[in-house]
Design a protein around this ligand. Structure first.
Ligand code: F6R
Length: 610
């Protein structure tokens, strides 16, 4: 996690760095700092807290004045959030910002301490700064050679922005595992952990690959390989516009992104449908290939894993292929029984999640085919997968994922239809029918966004004093409950669990009291009676029940306290519209509790560490 930026050009560098960092705060926000060449000296300003705290501090202490520098917003890994642990960090004649984790930092620290180095912070980053300083002394006046030598010694992940005291107004950057782009404008250039940081200045960028080094100066950008040999690289153009990275009148990114869901689904599925049928050929997926897969594994983390849970139900139901859903951090260490002929699907918004990336590499090593479903263009998972379906949600800035989840679901459905067709489990007519229902999902979501905002606010009002609550459901409703529960707990800070409704009576029902609200999801007609029985069991024990139900279901009024209606579609598709009230309930509960909705405590958007 953490976000890094860098700038070389003609504008006020401190302002550019701060403004670019505001677009990366979703990656970490427990401290921030910048280093700028001010009258040929590297001047550092840094502070614990939000970027706004740094800005305030610079108002009092003065801000560095210059046209080139680097910046950082931190999500602490080594060393608590504090002024001294904030980036940038320095070694002899060198100052850096870093995103990632240096796994061998203890050995390197010992090596440097033995050579007389003194460390000010607890960070692994300072070790890199001192190591660069060490190699610079051995290669005086040669920054590129210094970086080449230094990265040979590093184990782990890093994206680094580096400035050398002897080379004013030049910024270097290098990456391994952690993401980094190099933006190219007119007479100015940038580095950034993610595209939104540079969109207000330029849409053109290079994607740095593993161990590539960039040099930015007044002549533009040069890129070198790990040995220092100059490379020619393709200049890419971002298809995201500035509005996508702004709140556009909404009070928070999360609610904006909830409202963007209909268009995100359309943009994601429309290009993958031709003649009414799924068409994933552009993603290197054809019926011939699909026919051959024996088992499927879906591997992901958090919300993306929950999308995989829905995917499992849909794929197994339609295509009759066995699907195992795994949490990536478990999968990678459990010696999974996969082999050639199996398909491993990795779902990831950021495409950089360390555990998901490692799981995918393991799957490849074991001979399985890999399919990545990824939102961030050019990310590591996207680049390394055998097959790739991009979700087109645009940049998701709120830490709590909403629109990325919805499009992950949409892709799961499209894939399931294609697979079911390939396996001969459905015919073309049925496949077309299912595909056209999927195409109706945006308008169902629009209806909910028109009718349920007040109702979900009202429900949230009932939850704000709760200390703990349960989400229950059966089948697809259970898969969806997992996501509803995660969404609520991560941004409202109310403890919450999801439970298979039929499993409650095997232990968990003992937790039920009048102080434990239960959110019951009931959208599956075949399971309605069973779920309603479970709801009555908790109601009888005093729980306040909030029911999320399909709008045509007739449920006894005394079985619930509040009801949120979800427009009817076929059972199989209900998780898509039903996700929206769950997102809204989480959102409003967080707002009503006065939390920082878009940047919940302790979290970061892109989890590039184990
Ligand atoms: C929760 C959330 C996380 C992510 C998880 C995986 O709202 O966003 O649970 O889903 O960290 O991230 P990606 O999808 O980037 O691999």
């Amino acid at each position: 996690m953490c976000g890094i930026v860098g700038y070389v050009g003609y504008r006020d560098c401190s302002e550019v760095l701060v403004s670019a960092l505001t677009k990366l705060e979703y990656r970490g926000y427990d401290s921030a700092g910048i280093a700028v060449f001010d009258n040929n000296e590297i001047k550092v300003a840094k502070s614990k807290g939000r970027l706004a705290d740094l800005v305030e501090k610079m108002k009092t202490d003065g801000k560095p004045e210059g046209v080139a520098g680097i910046g950082h917003t931190r999500w602490a890994t080594h060393g608590e959030p504090s002024d001294v642990n904030s980036h940038p960090h320095s070694g002899a004649k060198v100052t850096i910002v870093h995103n990632g984790i240096i796994e061998n930092y203890k050995e390197l620290k010992k090596f440097l301490t033995d050579k007389g180095a003194k460390f000010l912070s607890d960070t692994d980053t300072e070790v890199v700064a001192k190591l660069l300083g060490y190699y610079y002394k051995l290669n005086p006046g040669k920054p590129l050679d210094t970086i080449v030598e230094t990265i040979k010694e590093l184990e782990g992940s890093f994206a680094l922005g580096v400035v050398f005291q002897d080379f004013p107004d030049v910024v270097y950057a290098v990456r391994r595992e952690s993401p980094l782009i190099v933006g190219v404008g007119k007479n100015e250039s940038f580095i950034a952990s993610d595209v939104p940081a540079i969109l207000q200045y330029t849409k053109d960028y290079y994607l740095l690959e593993h161990d590539e080094i960039a040099k930015l100066d007044c002549n533009g950008v040069e890129i070198f390989d790990e040995h220092g040999k100059k490379l020619e690289k393709e200049l890419l153009t971002a298809d995201w516009d500035m509005d996508a990275a702004e709140k556009g009148g909404y009070p928070h990114f999360m609610i904006k992104e909830i409202h963007e869901q209909p268009s995100s689904i359309k943009t994601t599925i429309t290009p993958r449908i031709s003649n009414g049928l799924p068409d994933l050929k552009e993603c290197s997926i054809d019926l011939e290939k699909l026919r051959k897969f024996k088992q499927i594994f879906i591997v992901a983390c958090g919300t993306a894993m929950h999308a995989g849970m829905v995917g499992k139900y849909v794929i197994e139901k339609l295509a009759r292929v066995s699907v195992t859903v795994d949490i990536a951090s478990e999968f990678r260490y459990r010696e999974p029984l996969i082999s050639k002929g199996d398909l491993v699907i990795i779902i990831s918004q950021s495409g950089e999640t360390a555990d998901s990336l490692a799981a995918m590499r393991l799957a490849k090593k074991l001979g399985a085919s890999t399919l990545a479903i990824v939102n961030a263009k050019g990310s590591s998972i996207a680049r390394e997968a055998d097959m790739l379906i991009y979700t087109h949600a645009g940049p998701e800035i709120a830490v709590a994922s909403t629109k990325a989840y919805i499009v992950q679901l949409a892709v799961m459905y499209l894939f399931a239809f294609d697979l079911a067709l390939a396996k001969g489990m459905i015919d073309e007519a049925e496949c077309k029918r299912l595909t056209s229902i999927l195409q109706d999902m945006p308008s169902l979501i629009e209806t909910i966004l028109e009718t349920e905002l007040e109702n979900t606010q009202y429900v949230s009002n009932q939850l704000i004093t709760a200390e703990s609550l349960l989400y229950i459901g059966r089948g697809l409703d259970y898969a969806l409950s997992m996501e509803g529960s995660l969404k609520l707990k991560e941004i409202s800070y109310i403890h919450s669990e999801s439970y298979a409704a039929g499993e409650l009576k095997h232990g968990t029902i003992s937790l039920i009291t009048k102080d434990m609200p239960v959110i019951a999801v009931a959208t599956q007609s075949a399971l309605l009676d069973k779920t309603v029985s479970n709801i009555k069991e908790v109601k009888a024990r005093g729980a306040k029940v909030i029911l999320i139900a399909r709008d045509d279901f007739n449920v006894d009024e005394d079985a619930y306290d509040y009801i949120v209606r979800v427009p009817k579609t076929e059972d199989l598709f209900m998780p898509i519209p039903a996700a929206v009230p769950l997102q809204l309930i989480a959102y409003y509960t967080s707002v009503l509790r006065g939390n920082d909705v878009d940047k919940p405590r302790n979290l970061a958007k892109s989890v590039t560490v184990e």
